[in-house]
Design a protein around this ligand. Structure first.
Ligand SMILES: [Zn+2]
Length: 348
């Protein structure tokens, strides 16, 4: 028995000395230390021995087996550590590598213009309203003094959805109608209603079929055109800079009387004339006037007691001027290379 243990010990030591990695060590472990392996077989050889011998060799075998297990465990730890180090070496983080450029979003030009206008008008006490984009002809036209046969309807080529009754709103004015009806002829109104509008336009650098209006309405007692002028003047100074001047020119809209085109002095040439203002020194950015008595009446306000002014402008137009863009289509194309540049191009 002693010789058996001795020769097995030599054999295992030899095997261990040739092992060079975890996988080989595992193969050797299965060969010698499995249940049917030679080390376990030593124990079964005890069966035929006397009690005295069983005691003596039993202890020898146990010590031998513990010794062999310890050797395997030592080697296992050694190779595990080696593999871990190898892995860490291969997966080392190179802190000198340049960082990745993660593209970040930014508000669109239209959002920026709306946010800025909203800040301005709410600071003057205006409320902000929204309304449905699918509207009734009644609110989009009729109650704004544009009956079915009115020639000015042609100027707003409209997307009708059902007969001539339901349409995609061609302006945000129906929101004003809804707010006036809510006011029941008794409540003063200070409101803006920024939102999308739709018209059948040929698409080009300055026209799209979908654009964003910012309209405003004030209804109160003793309101005059000079209130609109003062408001517009403060708005262009807020949006384009303190040196910008405002100017009104007579115009015509069915829903206002009198009506005005609202110009600002050219922000590119300070009014001396350039290709942007062609070469008048003024740029038209809005239209408006005093709310027509018919509109007040239809919306429940007595024109003998109440007056109001209304105005409207396209957010895209304001954005193109403010961010020095020549093509409106760029705004909706969402090309990040362009929209990122808008921050740098801001004119003030
Ligand atoms: Zn100019």
């Amino acid at each position: 028995m002693k010789e058996k243990i001795k020769s097995l010990e030599i054999e295992i030591n030899e095997g261990l000395s040739k092992v060079s990695n975890l996988s080989e060590l595992n193969d050797l472990k299965i060969k010698y230390l499995s249940k049917s392996g030679p080390v376990s077989e030593l124990t079964s050889g005890l069966r035929d021995l006397s009690v005295e011998e069983k005691k003596e060799y039993g202890k020898l075998i146990t010590d031998f087996r513990n010794d062999v297990f310890a050797k395997f465990e030592d080697l296992k730890s050694k190779y595990e550590l080696e593999e871990l180090n190898k892995k860490l070496e291969n997966e080392k983080v190179d802190i000198s590598m340049p960082g990745m450029d993660i593209p970040s979003g930014s508000p669109s030009i239209v959002e920026k213009v709306i946010d800025d206008a909203t800040d301005f008008f709410t600071s003057l006490g205006y409320d902000v309203y929204e309304g449905p984009e699918i509207e009734l002809d009644k609110y989009n036209f009729e109650m704004l003094n544009l009956p079915k046969d009115h020639p000015a309807r042609d100027a707003q080529d409209t997307y009708y959805l059902k007969d001539e009754e339901i349409l995609l709103r061609s302006q945000t004015s129906p929101v004003q109608v809804r707010v006036m009806l809510d006011g029941k002829g008794e409540t003063p109104i200070r409101m803006i209603c920024p939102g999308k509008t739709y018209r059948r336009e040929d698409i080009n650098a300055t026209h799209e079929q979908e654009f964003t209006q910012i309209e405003g309405l004030v209804i109160d007692k003793n309101i005059s055109l000079s209130d609109l002028k003062g408001t517009f003047d403060a708005f262009v100074k807020h949006t384009f800079g303190e040196n910008v001047e405002a100017r009104f020119r007579p115009s015509y809209y069915p829903f206002t009387e009198p009506s005005v085109e609202m110009d600002m002095s050219c922000i590119y040439c300070d009014g001396s004339g350039c290709s942007m203002c062609k070469p008048k020194g003024w740029i038209t950015i809005s239209g408006g006037g005093m709310v027509h008595p018919n509109v007040l009446r239809m919306c429940g306000y007595d024109p003998d007691k109440w007056q109001g002014f209304a105005f409207g402008m396209a957010a895209e137009r304001i954005g193109m001027l403010k961010y020095n863009m020549s093509d409106m289509r760029t705004i909706h194309e969402n090309d990040l290379r362009e929209t990122k540049n808008f921050d740098r191009k801001e004119v003030k």
